[in-house]
Write a protein that binds this ligand. Structure first.
Ligand SMILES: *Cc1c(COP(=O)(O)O)cnc(C)c1O
Length: 412
């Protein structure tokens, strides 16, 4: 019996092989001009990426983590401020908050989209903070001023930005988007009465071009987008040792610039991003169809106001670990994004959160699994993934999901 070819979780080889002549031309250009840091390749990419996001400016930096840190610093976050975000994200979100000198506090995520729960955010602002004599909003938990929110557009789908912006306005908070997984994602804003791209609504937004992201470099890279020229200027200074003019340092900055080669490679790949995102959306629709009839599986939920770019295709299922083992035996790659919510990470033990402080994030972390998702995935492979999931649910005769859900509700 012939063993079917393995289906990887992610294919980073095919897209680069397809573009090899254009990508190697970038290397050659950089070598021949000895232009390695900054310069016209970086500026060209910045302009093209700003265009893609429909924002006034993009500032290329060395990683998504630096992009978020610089975006927060340039937005005016001060030492000791509280910045609100979710526990269900990659740790870079909170690392950047801490590195900007702020303290992360968490708001639970929403059951269906896995993004920040606006209800819980509102409840936090109303009942877990008070105004001090000077009118500052003070967190009861840490006794420090709450100044910003970092919504994470997880898995390629935007958070409910209108309602987040409305609360931010009401409470005088800044919004900095973590758009590291959401290049090209769209949100229908009722406030603006149009579709808006990720990175265009907050005061600033951070993007990552880590190789596995929807737009990936061949190494580390990131960018900040903003419509505010003063934020853009201060990020250009921060990423370059605090200098606007060589050797004249207005502040201490960072070594946070982007390599010219990476910018050139990203410029080539950016031309394909819209097509790749459309392919990801097709694959998601295909998975949704194939998996619709399984009671043991919950597919991603896309609200009417959202156009996700499916950085990841994440399903929920009660026996997640069993399903992953089964798929592995069938030669199918999967991932968990993320297995331990941030409030339960050892790195944040000092924040003294309990597992039940964020029940949705805690529960979701035990039930999610990310299926193979990349633009070059083919229908045949998706069918095999669905068949493998089907044979597992049959074999294990898992309780129907609805029953499972009510059992969880009863036990909590
Ligand atoms: C990838 C990612 C980051 C960090 O980006 P790097 O380029 O790896 O530094 C931040 N936040 C989220 C949600 C991410 O997925």
């Amino acid at each position: 019996m012939s063993v079917p070819e393995a289906i990887p979780f992610l294919d980073l080889i095919t897209p680069h092989v397809e573009l090899e002549p254009e990508l190697t031309a970038v290397f050659r250009q950089a070598l021949h001009s000895a232009s390695f840091i900054g310069g016209s390749m970086v500026e060209d990419f910045e302009e093209a990426f700003a265009d893609f996001c429909s924002v006034r400016q993009a500032i290329a930096v060395s990683s998504g983590t630096d992009a978020l840190r610089f975006a927060l610093m340039a937005s005016g976050i001060r030492q000791g401020d509280v910045v609100l975000t979710v526990p269900h994200t990659f740790i870079a979100t909170t690392e950047a908050i801490s590195q900007a000198g702020a303290l992360p506090e968490f708001i639970d995520v929403e059951e269906k989209t896995y993004n920040i729960s606006v209800e819980k955010l509102q409840e936090y602002l109303e009942f877990h903070c008070s105004r001090d004599v000077s009118g500052k909003l003070i967190s009861h938990r840490s006794n420090r001023p709450v100044t910003a929110i970092v919504p994470v557009h997880l898995y390629g789908q935007m958070a409910d930005m209108d309602r987040i912006m409305a609360l931010a306005d009401e409470y005088g908070l800044m919004v900095v988007e973590d758009a590291c997984q959401a290049h090209g994602a769209e949100y229908f804003s009722q406030r603006l009465n149009c579709w808006v791209k990720a990175g265009a609504m907050g005061r600033a937004a951070a993007f990552s071009f880590y190789p596995g992201k929807n737009l990936g470099a061949c190494g580390e890279a990131g960018a900040v987008t903003t419509n505010d020229p003063s934020i853009a200027d201060s990020i250009r200074v921060l990423r370059d040792h605090g200098q606007a003019r060589k050797y004249y340092h207005s502040v201490e900055g960072y070594n946070g610039r982007l390599d010219a080669i990476q910018a050139g490679l990203l410029r080539v790949k950016l031309q394909h991003l819209a097509k790749w995102n459309a392919q990801r959306r097709q694959h998601a629709a295909q998975y949704n169809g194939l998996l619709a009839d399984f009671d043991g599986v919950v597919c991603p939920y896309e609200p009417a106001w959202s156009r996700s770019v499916y950085h990841l295709y994440v399903i929920r299922t009660p026996d997640r670990d069993g399903l992953m083992r089964h798929l592995k035996d069938a030669g199918i790659g999967t991932g968990i994004h993320y297995p331990v919510p941030l409030h339960m990470q050892s790195a944040y033990a000092w924040l003294n959160y309990q597992v039940d402080d964020f029940p949705v994030a805690s529960r979701v972390a035990t039930e999610i699994v990310s299926l193979p998702m990349f633009p070059q995935l083919i229908a045949e492979q998706q069918k095999r993934v669905a068949e493998a999931i089907c044979s597992f649910t049959e074999r294990k005769s898992i309780k129907p999901w609805r029953e499972f859900e009510s059992a969880v509700a009863l036990s909590s």
